[in-house]
Structure formats: structure tokens, C-alpha cells
Design a protein around this ligand. Structure first.
Ligand code: DOR
Length: 451
């Protein structure tokens, strides 16, 4: 590939190892330059002699397609003491993330056209990465969902089948069926069976402080029942689903037979932390929904990453303040930050040989682009959007709370020494982060789905 135009580039990324996808589907790192103009990749090749307004020396660095985190909670409006759209997207930028799908369990929840317009207004000129917003399904907005999911900046409908942070909930099959019958886009689902959660809540209420009971309360059966129910409704209605943060081997065994309708997400937390050790070490800071489980489930997740049952990695970035997390379990809120650490943690898994760099890029760029029709994303090629993640695969860094830009100022991965680090994040043709420094002003734009 080479440039056919002699026009000056706005930006030349020079001498990096560019991760390219071959027609065979294989990924290769090739020493190439990338010429960028007007927010798009104009050329990939040996472009050294060609004029450019700015040059980014990428020698020794790896240049990846722009990564997207398709599950973050940025808390605005209503819970800005935990996070807001500016602080959340700064954290994303520092972590090498170029775009986010933000969740609707804000205060108020994002459930109407007005709520979505409000979020879009707040995001304008304040987001450091590109963005789209989920609309939350509830019994009150069912008849509006088909039009809501098509609004600009909306990445789809989200269902909470089990109560988690916030008030959004669609728990019974009657309402779930109605939600699935409205509209056509893939629906994202948090699968925990609310009835079982309620029935078992005494287990933790009667044992204050026993956070290690979290995966027992919200047990395998709780997750599996919900996933079974929603898969059945998906088959009945032919509505495609995106099953968020799958945590059990049992659900994966089911989902592998339903890939025609269901895409599957897992999180770096569930691939990296294990029970019971995480609860001993981190206490309520390891508490999230669905919970971190034992090694058997983690192994099943890794197998599903390897076999292709898992399509997408999402961080489920869910910040709560240190004071909130320090409350006695089960008063402590569930959730942990992750948008800034998703890439370093996964690069460390690459370093340790658990998966390839190409697979990480599939899970964080190529598959999200395909599943949600994000044109111009997913791989580096002329004509694509100039959203790029530049990493140093060899750099060794210890993750610290000091590095965390989220308002919550902590990470469950503090103290972890990783090999592989985000060096720069390029947003719509601009170098927005380089060597941990945020540059310029927020350049994030709405992500628009073409399907
Ligand atoms: O642990 C979680 N925290 N799981 C969720 O589903 C919601 C999230 C949050 O928003 O805090």
C-alpha cells in the first residue's frame, strides 16, 4: 500500500510497527508509515519523503487500530462525584482507548429522548474520546424503544435483568419479551436473575462484612437462569443480543450454541482476578456485579476467548469513591474502574502468552466495529478514520493509584507490574495523549452506528 496523492499530510506517523490484518485474517506487525489527513488515514506505506504538517516518531512502537471500550459507566448526570464525561474520557485516553459506549444507569437514568439529548449536550466539546450512549429499558419506555435506539449517538438498548447500581430493571419475561419486540438493534443485557437475587439476599444481609459471600449470593445459578431466559426470548423474537460481562462456564457452554443471535463480552477483571483471593486482598474493592468467581470459571473464560465464543472485551468501568467502597458489605456499592487499565492488563496477558496482540485488537476494535457497524474503525487501512492506539509492547510499568485519572482514584490492579503500555492515543487525526500527557482540547465526537 502506498500514497497515491502528493498532498501534504496533517500528521505522519513515522517508522512504527503497524498492526495490519492480512486477507487471511492473520495479523502482522509491519514497519510502515501512516499518513493522516482531515481525520482519515490517507496512506499506509513507506511515506518518509512526503511532506507533513506534523510528524510522530513511532520507532520502536506498535500502532494499533483505535480501541473501543464498549462498556463504561461515566455517572453523568447525577453522580458526578464518582465520575463525569470529561474525567471518564480522560481516563480512557490515558489508557489508549479511542471510543466508549456509556451505560444508562445515571441519575436520572438515560431512558427518554430528552435524557439522551441531555447526555449528548453534556458530551459536546467535553469528551476526550469518541462516544455513544446506551438507553436503558424500563417498563415505562417500552413503546418508545424502537425510535430511541435509532437516535444519533445511541449505541442501543441496555437491559438490567438483575438489580445493580441504579434503578433500571426489567425482571420478568412478559416485559422482557415486549422490550425484545421493540426495534431491531442488538440489545445489551446484564444477566442476573432478580427473583433469585431477592430470595437469597438474606445470606449477605445477615452477615455484614462478609464480602467473600458476594459470589455465593449472586451465584452461578443466578447468572445462568437469566442468560437461559433471555436466550430463549431472543430465539422466540429473533432479536440479537449482546450478553455483557459473562462470568460462568455454564453460561459460556450455553452461549457457544447461540452465536447466531448472541455476541458475548467478558471483562479483564474476570480474566485476571480470582475468588477467593481477590476478596481476601481487596475486600469490597473486588465487589462487582456479576461477581469475580473462582479459577474454574476464569479458565472457562480464557477458553472462550481462545475459541471465539467471546467477541468483545469491555471494562465495565464502574467507579465508586474510596469512602463508598469502604462501607461495610453489603452496603458497599458494586463496581470497579477499568477503562484506563483494560489495555495494559490485556497487554500483560499478551506478554505472558495467554493471547496474541491481534486477538486483543479483534476483541477491542475489529469485532466492536463489525458488531455495531462502526464504519472506519476496526483495522488500519487507507480511508479509515484516524483513531489509533500506539503502544510500547516492551515497556514495563507498575500500575499505581496515582496514575488513575478517574475521579475514584483507585484501581484493583494497583501494584501489578505489567509489560506493555499505551504510549499515545490518536483521536480523529489528533495526537490527544502522548507519554501520559493529555494534549490540546477534547476532540471526541459521537460514534454513529451504520447498522
Ligand atoms: O458492579 C457493577 N457496577 N455492575 C453493574 O452492573 C453496574 C456497575 C455500576 O454501575 O456501578
Amino acid at each position: 500500500m502506498s500514497s497515491t496523492s502528493s498532498t501534504k499530510f496533517d500528521l505522519l506517523i513515522s517508522g512504527g510497527e503497524v498492526l495490519l490484518r492480512q486477507s487471511s485474517g492473520q495479523w502482522t506487525l509491519e514497519k510502515q508509515d501512516i499518513g493522516i489527513k482531515a481525520g482519515r488515514i490517507e496512506a499506509v506505506g513507506s511515506l518518509g519523503g512526503q511532506p507533513a504538517a506534523k510528524t510522530f516518531q513511532a520507532k520502536g512502537l506498535q500502532v494499533l487500530p483505535g480501541l473501543i471500550d464498549t462498556q463504561v459507566h461515566f455517572r453523568e448526570p447525577g453522580l458526578e462525584h464518582k465520575e463525569d464525561l470529561a474525567s471518564g474520557t480522560r481516563a480512557a485516553l490515558l489508557g489508549g482507548i479511542t471510543g466508549v459506549f456509556e451505560m444508562p444507569n445515571t441519575k436520572p437514568p438515560t431512558a427518554t429522548a430528552l435524557d439522551l439529548a441531555d447526555k449528548m449536550g453534556r458530551a459536546h466539546n467535553r469528551c476526550w474520546t469518541n462516544y455513544a450512549f446506551y438507553v436503558g429499558a424500563s417498563a415505562d419506555n417500552i413503546s418508545k424503544l424502537a425510535s430511541l435506539e435509532q437516535l444519533p449517538g445511541c449505541c442501543g438498548i441496555k437491559i438490567f435483568m438483575g438489580s445493580s447500581t441504579g434503578t433500571l430493571l426489567v425482571a420478568d419475561d412478559h416485559h422482557l419479551r415486549q422490550v425484545l419486540q421493540q426495534g431491531r438493534r442488538r440489545i445489551a443485557v446484564h444477566c442476573e436473575d432478580d427473583q433469585r437475587l431477592t430470595e437469597r439476599a438474606a445470606l449477605v444481609k445477615n452477615s455484614p462484612g462478609s464480602v467473600h459471600l458476594h459470589p455465593e449470593w449472586r451465584d452461578v445459578e443466578t447468572a445462568l437462569r437469566a442468560t437461559q431466559r433471555i436466550v430463549k426470548l431472543s430465539q422466540e423474537t429473533k432479536r440479537p443480543l449482546h450478553i455483557l460481562h459473562v462470568t460462568t462456564g455454564e453460561e459460556l457452554a450455553l452461549l457457544k450454541n447461540h452465536k447466531d443471535l448472541c455476541t458475548v463480552e467478558c471483562t479483564p477483571q474476570h480474566l485476571t482476578l480470582t475468588a477467593p483471593e481477590c476478596y481476601e486482598k481487596l475486600g469490597t474493592f473486588a465487589q462487582m456485579n456479576p461477581p469475580i468467581r473462582d479459577r474454574r470459571h476464569q479458565e472457562a473464560l480464557w477458553q472462550a476467548v481462545a475459541s471465539g465464543v467471546v467477541d468483545v472485551l469491555g471494562s465495565d468501568h464502574a467507579p465508586h469513591t474510596i469512602e463508598e467502597k469502604r462501607q461495610t458489605y453489603p452496603l458497599s456499592p458494586a463496581g470497579m474502574p477499568g477503562v484506563q487499565t483494560i489495555l495494559p492488563v490485556m497487554l500483560n496477558h499478551v506478554h505472558q502468552g495467554r493471547l496474541s496482540l491481534g486477538r486483543v485488537v479483534e476483541l477491542l476494535a475489529t469485532n466492536p466495529a463489525r458488531i455495531w457497524g462502526l464504519d472506519g474503525y476496526g483495522e488500519i487501512r487507507p480511508g479509515g478514520l484516524a483513531n489509533l492506539t500506539v503502544i510500547d509492547q516492551r515497556r514495563q510499568v507498575e500500575i499505581t493509584n496515582d496514575w488513575i485519572a478517574s475521579k475514584c482514584k483507585w484501581t484493583p490492579f494497583a501494584g501489578m507490574k505489567v509489560t506493555g503500555w499505551p504510549t499515545a492515543t490518536i483521536i480523529n487525526g489528533f495526537v490527544a495523549m502522548r507519554d501520559g500527557e493529555i494534549l490540546g482540547s477534547p476532540a471526541g465526537q459521537p460514534l454513529n452506528l451504520s447498522i
